[in-house]
Write a protein that binds this ligand. Structure first.
Ligand SMILES: Cc1cc2nc3c(=O)[nH]c(=O)nc-3n(C[C@H](O)[C@H](O)[C@H](O)COP(=O)(O)O)c2cc1C
Length: 224
């Protein structure tokens, strides 16, 4: 495995170049190789206990994109122009509660833990949910899954920016109505998955209308 060797300047340039792209150049397509690279960075993202409580749907079908417009006020222009349009789903209680089948599957089949390790890990996980983080409602569990799916979101956008690909994260949608569309038209089991965000990829149609604005560095960092 190689030690990463990207310069700080290159990385900061990518962070500065990235902006929430309002409209993409509809004539340009992100290559299969590039989009798979971006998705791979979601796959490699860290998650609490390593349980990867997410799923991503890449919506390329035009009719399906149309169905999202009425429930996603922040998305129509991106749905029309983005090369690739992703729905970031996060797991709900039936998937991520400590006694869920999925959790056992992750430990047994994906991580290939032996039974004694599964027992210890399960105990830690249960205590974390019940005692430490107080994840005692469906909403809290979904939001906790979502927090992790957002790590994958950040990684995908950074990976894209590092390779000159534009993106826009989108929370401009009605969660309940959007989930109804996912249930009825996208075959998503919305008892198990909720919609955390939408994410568009492509190439910017124009440079950003405004320069990047950020709070002063010293206002957001405290050293003790
Ligand atoms: C979680 C999240 C949700 C967002 N939702 C939308 C959205 O629905 N529509 C949109 O145009 N931009 C959306 N944005 C983009 C932000 O407005 C943008 O990142 C912010 O204003 C900073 O600008 P910059 O990303 O261009 O530096 C979202 C950003 C984040 C992180």
């Amino acid at each position: 495995m190689n030690i990463p060797n990207i310069t700080r300047d290159e990385i900061l340039n990518a962070f500065t170049y990235r902006h929430a792209t309002k409209e993409f150049d509809a004539t340009k397509t992100v290559s299969d190789e590039d989009i798979n690279f971006i998705l791979k960075t979601a796959n490699l993202s860290p998650s609490s206990f390593g349980f990867e409580p997410w799923h991503f749907i890449v919506v390329q079908d035009k009719e399906l994109r149309e169905l999202l417009k009425p429930v996603a006020w922040g998305a129509p222009l991106k749905l029309d122009t983005a090369s690739h349009f992703i729905l970031g789903l996060s797991m709900k209680a039936p998937m991520v509660k400590h006694d869920a089948d999925y959790i056992r599957h992750m430990m047994k089949d994906v991580k290939q833990f032996p039974e004694d390790v599964i027992k210890t890990y399960s105990k830690f996980y249960r205590e974390f949910q019940d005692r430490d983080f107080n994840l005692d409602t469906d909403k809290k569990l979904f939001d906790w899954s979502s927090k992790q799916t957002y790590i994958a979101l950040g990684n995908m956008m950074t990976a894209a920016a590092l390779t000159g690909i534009d993106s826009c994260p989108i929370e401009g949608f009605h969660q309940e109505k959007a989930e109804a569309v996912l249930r009825e038209k996208f075959d998503v089991d919305t008892d198990k998955y909720g919609l955390s965000f939408m994410l568009a990829f492509g190439y910017r149609k124009a440079d950003p209308a405004f320069p990047k604005s950020r709070r002063a560095f010293e206002d957001i960092i405290t050293w003790k």
